[in-house]
Design a protein around this ligand. Structure first.
Ligand code: UD1
Ligand code: CA
Length: 497
C-alpha cells in the first residue's frame, strides 16, 4: 500500500461531523485582506497556524460543514497570492464554491466588504437575494452552531443581525452602544474612537454580521472614513441601519472563548492553547487515555481511536491517524502517520509521512523519515533511522541502523549497526540514491554495510562485520571481511618493547 493512499484513505471520514446544514441560498464573505500589522510577520495574518492549520482554514472548515454549497467570497489583499495559493492547494476545499475578491488597498473592513459587494460575486448575491454572512478571517474558534444560528432568516424589514458578546475585558473590541442600558442597538464604536464612558461598555461586537444583500450593497457606499483610523468601518453599517429604522437583530453569544480574535503573536499562542485543550478533551471523552493532557499537542485534523493511550509530551501533527489500542510513549512526535492497532511507540520516537503496522514496536528513539512503512509485528529499535524504506512483517531491526531507499522482506533479522550505503555522490540514470533489497528470511549479522544498488536473496545469511559490495544469491552465506590471524605471544612482546 502506498503511503499517500493509506493516509488519505483514513481521512475520508473527517468532514462528516456537521451541526446541520444551512440553506443553499445563503452567501458567506470572509475578510482576509488585512496585513495584520500587530503580528509583525512577513506571513499574512490569516495564514498563521493554530492546531496545525492556517487561521483562515478553521473558518472554511466550519463553512464546509454547515454550508457546503454556499457561494463564498474571500477578500484578499495583503499577501494575496500566498493566501489564494494556500486555499487552492487544500483538497478539502476543492468542492466548495469559493471566489477570491481583491481589495487593492487595505482601507478598512467596510472597504473590504464593499470590494466584495461591488464585484460580480456581490452582484450575483444581490440578484439572487441571497443574504450574506460576513466573517473576519481572524476568529478561528467559532463553532459551526454559531454560523447556523447567525443565518436564521432575518425578519421582515430587518436590515441585519449582529453577534455580540459580554467580555470581562473588552479592550480592543468595538463596543455596542444601545439606547438606554438594554434598549435597541444604536451603533458600534471602535476602541480608538470611544470616549471614556463608551469604553466602560462590556458588550462587544465580534465582527460577525448577517445582512440582507441589497441593504449591504447600498449602505456600504454611504460609509465615511472620518474616524480615528481614517478607515471605512463595517461596524458603521449598524448605525446606518438604526438611523434608517431597520431592525437590528442581535445574537448574544455566551462563550467568549469562541470569539477569541487573533491580532498579535500572544493572542495566537493563547488561541492555540485553548484549541488544543478543546481537541484533547474531546478525544479523552471519546475513549483516548492521556497520562498528562496538558502536556500534549494534537492538531485538529488528527484522528484517534478508542483505547489509544497517550503519554506525556506527545505531539501529533497533520492527518495522523492512530488505531485502537496503540500506545504512544512519552515525547513521541508524529506528522501524517498512520499507526496500526496495538502498535507501541516508545519514548522519543519521531515519524513523518509514514505507515506503522498493527502490533509493530518502535523506539525508544526510532526515526521514520518520509515514505517509510513498517509491517505488522515488526520491531524497529533504538536509534534506527528509516528513509523511503518498506519493512515487511515480523522483521526485527533492533539497534543502531540506517536504512534508506530500501525494501526489506518479512521475518528478516538485521543485527546491530547495519547501514545501507545508498548515496555515492553521483547521479546514475537520473537516480541519486541507490536501492537495497533484502528478501524474506534473511539473517544479517551485526555491523554490516550494504553498498547499493544491491539485493540480498531470500534466506541468505550474512556474516557479522561484512561490507557487501555484490548481491547475495538466495540461501547463500556471504562473508565479506578479512580472515582473522592470531599471532601467539605477540601481545607480551609488544608490551615488552
Ligand atoms: C474588528 C472590528 C471590531 C471588532 C473586532 C472583533 C471593525 C472596524 N472593527 O476590529 O469592531 O470588535 O474586529 O474581532 O470592523 N480586513 C480586510 N481589509 C481591511 C481591514 C481588515 O480584509 O482593509 C480584514 C482583516 O484581514 C481581518 C478582519 O478584516 O481578518 C478584521 O480586521 P482587524 O484589523 O483585525 O479588525 P479589528 O481591529 O480586530
Ligand atoms: Ca481582529
Amino acid at each position: 500500500m502506498k503511503i499517500s493512499k493509506a493516509v488519505s484513505r483514513v481521512t475520508d471520514k473527517t468532514s462528516s461531523k456537521s451541526p446541520g446544514k444551512l440553506p443553499a441560498s445563503c452567501a458567506v464573505m470572509i475578510l482576509a485582506a488585512g496585513q495584520g500589522k500587530r503580528m509583525r510577520s512577513a506571513l499574512p495574518k490569516v495564514l498563521h497556524e493554530i492546531g496545525g492549520q492556517p487561521l483562515l482554514f478553521h473558518i472554511l472548515n466550519r463553512i464546509s460543514e454547515t454550508a457546503p454549497k454556499a457561494p463564498v467570497a474571500i477578500v484578499v489583499g495583503h499577501g494575496k497570492e500566498q493566501v489564494e495559493a494556500a486555499v487552492l492547494a487544500q483538497l478539502d476545499f476543492s468542492k466548495m464554491n469559493i471566489t477570491f475578491v481583491h481589495q487593492p488597498e487595505q482601507r478598512g473592513t467596510g472597504h473590504a466588504a464593499r470590494c466584495a459587494m461591488d464585484s460580480p460575486w456581490g452582484d450575483a448575491q444581490v440578484r439572487a437575494k441571497n443574504p450574506v454572512l460576513v466573517l473576519p478571517g481572524d476568529l478561528p474558534l467559532i463553532p459551526g452552531s454559531l454560523i447556523t444560528q447567525m443565518v436564521e432568516p432575518l425578519g421582515k424589514g430587518g436590515g441585519l443581525r449582529l453577534l455580540t458578546c459580554q467580555l470581562p475585558d473588552p479592550k480592543g473590541y468595538g463596543r455596542v452602544v444601545r439606547r438606554g442600558k438594554k434598549g435597541p442597538v444604536l451603533r458600534i464604536v471602535e476602541e480608538k474612537d470611544a470616549n471614556a464612558r463608551e469604553k466602560e461598555i462590556h458588550e462587544v461586537a465580534a465582527s460577525i454580521y448577517f445582512f440582507h444583500s441589497p441593504f449591504l450593497q447600498a449602505s456600504l457606499h454611504r460609509l465615511s472614513d472620518k474616524n480615528a483610523q481614517s478607515e471605512y468601518y463595517l461596524t458603521d453599517l449598524v448605525a446606518n441601519a438604526s438611523r434608517a429604522k431597520k431592525k437590528v437583530d442581535v445574537l448574544n453569544w455566551q462563550s467568549a472563548e469562541d470569539l477569541r480574535g487573533i491580532n498579535d503573536p500572544w493572542e495566537l499562542a493563547v488561541a492555540q492553547k485553548f484549541l488544543n485543550e478543546r481537541t484533547v478533551k474531546a478525544w479523552a471523552q471519546k475513549g483516548v487515555r492521556f497520562a498528562d493532557p496538558w502536556s500534549v499537542q494534537i492538531d485538529s485534523q488528527v484522528e484517534l481511536a478508542e483505547d489509544v493511550s497517550i503519554q506525556s509530551g506527545v505531539i501529533l501533527h497533520g492527518k495522523t491517524r492512530i488505531r485502537k489500542g496503540a500506545i504512544i510513549g512519552p515525547r513521541v512526535v508524529l506528522k501524517n502517520v498512520l499507526v496500526g492497532e496495538e502498535a507501541q511507540l516508545k519514548v522519543g520516537t519521531v515519524a513523518e509521512n509514514s505507515v506503522i503496522g498493527a502490533h509493530a514496536q518502535l523506539g525508544p528513539y526510532a526515526h521514520l523519515r518520509p515514505e517509510s512503512e513498517v509491517g505488522e509485528y515488526s520491531k524497529i529499535g533504538n536509534f534506527v533511522e528509516l528513509k523511503k524504506t518498506k519493512i515487511g512483517t515480523s522483521t526485527s531491526i533492533a539497534h543502531l541502523s540506517y536504512l534508506g531507499d530500501a525494501e526489506v522482506g518479512s521475518r528478516v533479522n538485521i543485527g546491530c549497526g547495519f547501514v545501507t550505503c545508498n548515496f555515492d555522490g553521483r547521479v546514475i540514470d537520473g537516480q541519486r540514491k541507490h536501492r537495497t533489497v533484502i528478501e524474506d528470511d534473511v539473517f544479517l549479522g551485526s555491523d554490516c554495510q550494504a553498498i547499493a544498488p544491491i539485493r540480498i536473496g531470500k534466506g541468505a545469511y550474512v556474516a557479522s562485520g561484512s561490507t557487501l559490495t555484490q548481491s547475495v544469491e538466495p540461501d547463500a552465506l556471504a562473508i565479506a571481511r578479512s580472515r582473522q590471524v592470531n599471532k601467539a605471544g605477540y601481545a607480551s612482546r609488544l608490551r615488552g618493547k
